[in-house]
Ligand binder design. Structure first.
Ligand code: SAH
Ligand code: SF4
Ligand code: F3S
Length: 471
């Protein structure tokens, strides 16, 4: 048993990061462990988790398990969890209730928790004490060992907990079963060292570890050969890519090399304003296959709150970067994340945030109420803003954000845009995204799926655009 330890998870040393190319192995006797058994995996949280689930699926299939999207049919149920806010927790514990109910009828079911909540001491303690029927818990650093964890659980019949609270290494040989045949997630770095005071990620994901460029380029080239049209380079703050490597190679260099592979569409996320350098901006504006879409989290427009958050930029610096991006990258769409109700946020601080939103007129924004995360500095700060006030601020912010989202969408009416058609939507129409990440519903038949087509925008809806193919 390896239990999570927050103090350990907080540590950062100069220990060398190892690139491991053969840690994942499925022993011969485990290759058929899942024969005749079905797995169901439910994924919460960010793209990092979505991509981890793609790894987990492939590992399970290496052990002969078969995927089902019907939770009632599963012999193995895994919840890949997120710890970013309290409501993410609540959703998981809510779903666990359903799993328990099903397990009462079908006791043979194996249930498990993985992902960021599995890295939290208090969560694991709670599951150990009150959810004894949960069979396995494994952390974000333990995915490679899933075959052995499952085997132990199935043979020992006791709760199997394997969570390392370490800085982490870089594993290069995990298999992957991708959800899409056209769009792929590609990790370029793991972990985060920014330690924004409200955020749990540096504790759940370990130290910043960049993958070596050659592995990334090779993966993109292989995806291209397999017919993929789009890659999204993933990391908690991709702009800091390479800073931990002992070679002189940064995000601008990586973007350039990925662009040179010729893959039609390249996206990247998330960008921390702090590390956005001029070379990156130059490369994005030079290469047509790097999409003009940037997610640039603001968090707050108040210098005082930004300082308390440990974001290391001011409102002014953010706005300067924002203007530079808009000036240098023609037609760029910019979206953001904003937290309201950070401890001690005054009406004046909040007004500063609104002012930045008015200036930036974002294409869209994800807005959140501050949620204290155990073990982070902000959880200990004096929080004197009432829940009612926080709700009101969120409402006011959303009104403003939606107004600009709508204005930005209106600009698309009658325009011709390029859309990568991804599939068939609920209403039977095709859907896909523009280069600027706008969702478009398109009339047409399924032969267009997987193609990048020219689409004329015919109507604007609140959260999407309608269009017809003009090619
Ligand atoms: N690495 C990204 C953020 C990942 S988390 C970045 O630095 O921009 C996604 C978003 O969740 C954050 O941008 C932030 O707005 C929000 N978030 C993180 N911790 C939070 C907390 N404790 N309470 C409320 N929102 C939070
Ligand atoms: Fe969290 Fe800040 Fe790291 Fe983003 S940069 S993951 S908000 S600590
Ligand atoms: Fe959530 Fe972990 Fe991602 S906390 S947002 S799943 S890195």
């Amino acid at each position: 048993m390896n239990l999570p330890d927050l103090k350990e998870a907080r540590k950062r040393t100069n220990k060398e990061i190892l690139v491991k190319t053969n840690d994942y192995i499925v022993k011969e006797n485990l290759k058929e462990l899942g024969l005749g058994k079905k797995y169901y995996i439910k994924t919460y949280g960010c793209q990092m988790n979505v991509h981890d689930s793609e790894n987990i699926k492939a590992i399970l299939e290496d052990m002969s398990f078969e995927e089902t999207d019907k939770f009632e049919d599963a012999d193995l149920i895994l919840l890949n969890t997120c710890a970013i806010r309290e409501n993410a927790h609540n959703k998981v514990f809510g779903f666990l209730g359903r799993v328990k109910h099903l397990k009462e009828k079908k006791p043979h079911i194996i249930s498990g928790i993985c992902g960021c909540m599995a890295q939290e001491e208090n969560v694991v303690q709670k599951i150990k004490d009150k959810y004894k029927w949960v069979d396995i818990i494994f952390g974000t650093h333990n995915i490679y060992n899933l075959p052995n964890i499952l085997f132990n659980s199935m043979t020992r019949k006791e709760q199997e907990i394997e969570v390392f609270s370490i800085e982490g290494d870089v594993l290069e040989n995990l298999p992957v079963k991708r959800d899409s045949k056209y769009k792929a997630w590609v990790n370029i770095m793991y972990g985060c060292d920014k330690f924004c005071t409200y955020c749990i990620v540096p504790y759940t994901r370990g130290k910043q570890r960049s993958r070596m460029p050659a592995y990334i380029i090779e993966e993109v080239k292989k995806l291209m050969q397999d017919g993929y049209k789009e890659v999204t380079l993933l990391g908690q703050n991709v702009n800091a890519y390479g800073k931990d490597l002992n070679i002189d190679y940064k995000m601008g260099d990586l973007l350039r090399d990925v662009a040179k592979t010729g893959i039609p569409r390249i996206r990247f996320m998330t960008s921390h304003p702090w590390d956005f350098d001029d070379d990156m901006i130059k490369v994005i504006s030079e290469y047509k296959n790097i999409m003009p879409y940037i997610h640039l989290p603001l968090q707050s427009g108040s210098d005082r709150i930004l300082k308390l958050m440990g974001r290391r930029y001011t409102k002014d610096k953010y706005l300067k970067l924002y203007d530079k991006l808009k000036r240098s990258i023609p037609g760029v769409a910019i979206t953001t994340d904003i937290i309201v109700g950070f401890p001690g946020e005054t009406e004046e601080d909040f007004e500063d945030t609104l002012e930045v939103v008015r200036k930036c007129q974002y294409d869209s924004a994800f807005t959140f109420i501050f949620s204290p995360r155990e073990g982070t500095p902000a959880a200990l700060m004096n929080d004197d803003v009432t829940k009612e006030e926080k709700d009101k601020r969120l409402y006011r912010l959303n009104e403003l954000v939606n107004e600009y989202a709508n204005i930005n969408n209106q600009k698309y009416l009658g325009k011709k845009v390029k859309v990568l058609i991804e599939g068939i939507g609920e209403k039977g129409n095709l859907f896909g995204y523009t280069e600027t990440m706008k969702l478009v519903n398109v009339d047409g038949d399924k032969s267009y799926i997987g193609e990048i087509v020219d689409v004329q925008i015919t109507d604007i809806k609140t959260w999407s655009l309608d269009g017809k193919i003009v090619k």
